[in-house]
Design a protein. Structure first.
Lengths: 473, 633
């Protein structure tokens, strides 16, 4: 093994470099120079994103521990873009009094979770995968409890770490069973050893639960609402898009690569979970008043839709899954950007508070409306196309009933998304939220998201480009 | 010829600019911007025409050029939709016609629309219309044509309803939109059928004369007619809607509620001939695949021209007379296409139709613009409010007379040449048909001169203020169009446009020419005798046939018939039951589902207790259930 292997970790190494630079800067920078900490962090991360913008060739390193695929690189780029937007939106919160003193660590911890996700995506071995999973989970709990003196936030952190530990435990149990029945943990070797014995199926089920937890499918979703509500809005945004996106992609690649022989079994599981997730999450979402809780259930049901791409098991499924993640990420971040700035300035977070928002904040309401339309899948916004493709992928494999159930559920989701739009534009309010002035960072992020919501659907080249990198079973 | 893209882009950008920022500009500035941009467009169109027609011919015919064609929607290998520009003799000719008339209307409107509310909006819409119409004629495939076809419909709707505070204008714009949309349904079905069986949208492939394109449709029949006949007949229905062929003509007279320059541009010169253009564009296909449809088109055109001419004789609103005259003249063009064959002398009809389209666009625009000048000063459309205007409006008078002579078919005005070609084509198709069309041509001369004398001669009606000649911005376009009308007949049109592209020398059929001129002169004579000075013969004639007069005045109750069908039959027998079903069954089901959803949502909320130990329990339970599920199944 030569050091040249490290070249295949280019993206990971450049992220580590960013982390180290920021850490040193935070510790040794003068008080005055720390004023520039946030822009420097953004620029460094932007540089890192641009440096790794385009996918590289498929490669293997460290004896199969690391497997890079072009599609994985694309997903990493998507995660980078999402993280960058989260970072832009985080400035207000990071500069608030309670957090300012601990600000520097935030970047380091945030990037550690991202690094963990990189390793999850690139892993070629279950151990590598597990390290990545833990690396992504444990710092996330820290992030969720970042405002530790707030009761809700502390509770969110505790709940997250307990649930995550529980899920990891089950997952690790599954992995141990896999090793016990096959004698290997390398993804490349496993398919030949998987013959569908009961023990292996059990092993698979226990393992997969860890990822189901990560992307919060029903019934492994119970932590989601509490954590999303309690965690700082920026962290919630990060949890709902970045870690969910990474989890969904990793789930699919492992199902395709490793458990291709068990396709009937995992299709059954996915089928049940999709129906359960979309329906239950929608039913819960209808009743929510707190916007963050509302978005938690919305994101759970979106995860159900994402799973539709997994179940198809073909190239179209992979393309539409990645595309869906991208579109969902952009739309959701637009909403989080709006509610983040409003929560930060006014402390208001329930749907009723948003009554008459249009009168005082027409632009924010407009951005939020577009994003909600996109999430609900109304043409011509990007969300419509992503839903369409993912339904098409599932229908191609003959899951007509499932697609029908999903379609019916989009009607319910339309109802609750429009409730928010109605509150903003139609409902009357004598004391609406005062006009909120957003800072330049939030503005940039919102403009970028708005453009994304409109353009991602209309520029067919993006989808076609994704299609060239995808693979099926 | 890359600059042809600018011909489309300029009006589009003008529309966007004026539409978004027009209200911030002074009206005159907005008008100038619109007019200037259109002047440049027209200049480019003339350059294109000059360059195109001076190109060396290939095998005796002008080449078809595709300066632009890019893949727009790439669905599969077999199904792609492209956007582009196709230059061939008829599209280049249409570019010239549209940009000329549009430029005249732009200039004219500076005077006519002065002081109107929404002047900037008006110019924005004019630009949109011009853009869509130009896009329609240069479309290289039928799909792009359909897109622009609809855009033309929308801009026509916007312009007819320009005076949106007037209820009649709103009703008229809705009527125009609905009737043409209804016809467009036929067009769309036709396009789908055609492309399904031929596998292409491209005009080039469809009209190349290569019969292998529609081999897929061979042997497929439906209700006794081949599928190609169905497709082409359906496409013609779309054309008939836009071109106001009987019985889809009902929207055009009402469309006169729009500003008069708009009527000149859209409802006389350009949009209404889109149907003729469509048939001409697909002409080789009609000839090869469905000659019987072509004959049908001829009959529809002939009936329409007679019907509209008769109605035009009885109308008293000058714009309506002109509207029916337009319908009648488009009927002539359709007849010419319908009786035409392919190549050489056989193809006279095709050439004549395009020639008439060209000359008609000029003199009918002129007539409408004259009518606009008259309405502008009198403030009414009714003939009874006019009379004796020749002293007050000399320029309008002379130009109107020139246009009347042209449409009546008096040499040497342009209408004579084109109409003569149409008549000789119909005579060579069938003498009976030729006689019929000659009679309609006579009627045309009669009603046009009835109009002319009613406006400019006779006893002047009382006016609140003395009528005056229109301002320069309005009379100059009149004069330009009049000059074109005088000389356009001498253009060797057959050299440029013919059915098979080979140059074709027009030679007058002396017999037909003399006969038609004599008929026209007799008709003009009768009109002169009846209407030049006071005469009671028309009154007596009306009293002799009171029913016929009333029926013709009410346009033979076609509108009433449609109202009966829609209001009485469709609304009562179809819409009401469906509405009931929708309100009670569909809405009821939906409300029921919503209720069940809400209840379910209330019932399951207990699951979310907030206690993490319970979460873990559910988590584990879920895992075990999954394991059981897959292991047991």
């Amino acid at each position: 093994m030569g050091y040249s292997n490290f070249l295949f970790l280019k993206e990971e190494l450049s992220l580590i470099a960013v982390m180290v630079i920021l850490l040193v800067y935070d510790i040794f920078g003068s008080k005055k120079s720390l004023n520039y900490f946030h822009p420097v962090a953004c620029v460094l991360f932007l540089a890192h994103t641009l440096l790794n913008l385009f996918p590289s060739e498929a490669s293997e390193a460290f004896g199969g521990m690391i497997i890079n695929t072009p599609m994985g690189d694309i997903v990493k780029t998507i995660l980078n873009v999402g993280t960058l937007i989260v970072l832009l939106q985080a400035r207000n919160w990071l500069h608030s009094e309670a957090v300012l003193i601990r600000r520097g660590e935030f970047y380091f911890i945030l990037f550690s979770t991202l690094l963990g996700m990189y390793f999850m995506i690139s892993s070629g071995n279950f151990l590598m995968f597990f390290i990545g999973l833990e690396m992504a989970s444990i710092p996330t709990a820290v992030l969720a409890a970042y405002d530790k003196y707030k009761h809700d936030t502390a509770e969110a952190g505790a709940k997250y770490i307990l649930s995550a530990a529980f899920a990891s435990g089950l997952s690790l149990y599954g992995i141990s069973l896999i090793y016990g029945t096959t004698g290997t943990l390398y993804f490349a070797d496993l398919p030949a050893h998987i013959d569908g014995s009961t023990l292996q199926i059990m092993a698979f089920a226990f393992f997969a639960v860890g990822l189901f937890f990560k992307i919060s499918l029903v019934p492994f979703h119970l932590w989601t609402a509490d954590v999303y509500q309690g965690a700082p809005t920026t962290v919630t945004a990060y949890l709902s898009v970045i870690s969910k996106g990474a989890g969904a992609f990793v789930l699919m690649t492992i199902l395709y690569k490793v458990f291709g022989n068990l396709i009937d079994e995992w299709r059954t599981i996915c089928y049940a979970l999709i129906v359960l997730t979309i329906t239950v999450a929608n039913l819960f979402a209808i009743r929510q008043q707190n916007l963050k809780r509302f978005l938690a259930y919305s994101s759970i049901s979106q995860a159900g839709y994402i799973l539709l791409g997994v179940i198809s098991g073909n190239e179209l499924g992979m393309t539409s899954l990645v595309y869906y993640i991208l579109v969902y990420m952009i739309s959701n971040l637009a909403i989080f950007g709006v509610i983040g700035i409003i929560e930060h300035r006014t402390g208001k977070i329930t749907i009723n508070d948003y009554n008459g928002l249009y009168k005082t904040n027409p632009r924010l309401s407009f951005v939020m409306m577009l994003a909600l339309f996109s999430l609900a899948g109304i043409p011509p916004f990007a969300g419509f196309f992503s839903k369409f493709f993912i339904f098409a992928a599932a229908a191609q494999e003959g899951f007509y009933v499932l697609v029908l159930i999903a379609c019916l559920n989009t009607i319910i989701s339309l109802y609750y998304y429009l409730l928010v739009v109605k509150a903003m534009f139609i409902n009357k309010n004598d004391t609406p939220i005062e006009t909120v002035h957003s800072d330049a960072y939030t503005r940039i992020s919102l403009v970028a998201c708005t453009i994304g919501v409109i353009a991602l659907g209309l520029i067919s080249a993006i989808y076609e480009q994704l299609g060239t990198f995808s693979f099926g079973i | 010829m890359e600059y042809t893209l600018l011909i489309l882009l300029l009006p589009m950008l003008t529309f966007i600019g004026l539409g978004l920022f027009g209200m911030k500009l002074r009206p005159a500035v907005a008008g100038c911007i619109g007019t200037l941009s259109l002047a440049v467009t027209a200049l480019l169109a003339y350059m294109t025409a000059g360059q195109y027609f001076l190109m060396p011919r290939v095998d005796g015919a002008y080449e078809k050029l595709l300066p632009y064609n890019f893949d727009w929607l790439h669905f599969t290998e077999n199904l792609q939709i492209s956007l582009g520009i196709l230059l061939d003799p008829i599209s280049v000719m249409m570019l010239v016609v549209i940009s000329t008339v549009s430029l005249m209307v732009h200039i004219y409107s500076m005077g006519y629309m002065k002081g109107e509310r929404g002047f900037q909006r008006y110019y924005a819409f004019l630009s949109l219309f011009t853009f869509s119409m130009l896009g329609l004629v240069v479309a290289p495939n039928i799909f792009q044509m359909y897109i622009f076809w609809e855009l033309v419909g929308v801009s026509s709707y916007l312009l007819i309803g320009f005076y949106y505070t007037k209820p009649e204008a709103i009703a008229a714009s809705k009527k125009a939109f609905i009737v043409t949309r209804f016809a467009d349904l036929g067009f769309l079905l036709g396009i789908l059928l055609l492309s399904f069986f031929t596998g292409t949208f491209d005009f080039e492939a469809l009209t190349s004369g290569d019969t292998s394109v529609f081999s897929g449709a061979a042997g497929v029949t439906f209700m006794g007619a081949s599928v190609m006949s169905w497709a082409l007949a359906l496409i013609f229905i779309g054309g008939a809607g836009k071109s106001a062929m009987f019985p889809l003509h009902i929207w055009l007279p009402d469309a006169m509620e729009g500003p008069t320059p708009v009527s000149a541009l859209i409802h006389a010169a350009t949009m209404v001939v889109a149907g003729v253009f469509l048939v001409a564009r697909l002409f080789p296909l009609y000839i090869i695949a469905a000659p019987e449809v072509l004959v049908g088109i001829a009959y529809v055109g002939a009936f329409t021209s007679l019907y509209a001419a008769v109605v035009a004789c009885m109308q008293t609103d000058i714009k309506r007379v002109l509207a029916f005259s337009t319908i009648s003249q488009i009927g002539f063009m359709m007849v010419a296409l319908g009786v035409s064959g392919m190549g050489g002398h056989e193809g006279t009809g095709y050439m004549a139709s395009m020639f008439h389209l060209f000359t008609h666009a000029m003199f009918k625009a002129l007539l409408f613009l004259c009518a606009g000048a008259i309405i502008h000063t009198i403030g009414s459309n009714e003939m009874s409010r006019m009379g004796g205007l020749r002293k007050y409006m000399p320029v309008t008078h002379i130009t109107f007379l020139i246009a009347c002579l042209a449409i009546a078919g008096i040499p040497p005005f342009s209408g004579f040449f084109s109409k003569d070609e149409i008549l000789s084509a119909t005579f060579s198709f069938s003498p009976v048909f030729g006689c019929f069309m000659s009679f309609v041509a006579g009627l045309t001369a009669f009603y046009m001169f009835r109009l002319y004398y009613g406006i400019f001669w006779g006893t002047p009606a009382k006016h609140e203020h003395t009528p005056h000649e229109a301002p320069k911005s309005m009379t100059i376009p009149l004069m330009i169009l009049a000059i074109i009308t005088v000389f356009a007949g001498f253009i060797p049109f057959g050299q440029f446009v013919s059915s098979d592209g080979q140059p074709y020398t027009i030679h007058l059929n002396l017999g037909v020419a003399i006969a038609s001129v004599v008929i026209a002169l007799i008709a003009i004579g009768i009109a002169t005798y009846f209407y030049k000075s006071k005469c009671d013969i028309p009154e007596r004639l009306l009293n002799m046939f009171p029913h016929f007069h009333r029926a013709a005045y009410h346009r033979f109750y076609i509108d009433e018939f449609y109202l009966f069908i829609t209001k009485r039959i469709i609304f009562n027998c179809v819409s009401r039951p469906i509405a009931w079903f929708d309100r009670h069954v569909i809405d009821g089901t939906m409300n029921g589902i919503a209720y069940v959803t809400q209840r379910a949502s209330v019932l399951i909320r207990g699951l979310q207790s907030g206690q993490v130990q319970q979460y873990a329990f559910v988590f584990l339970l879920g895992t075990l259930l999954i394991v059981l599920l897959v292991v047991l199944i």
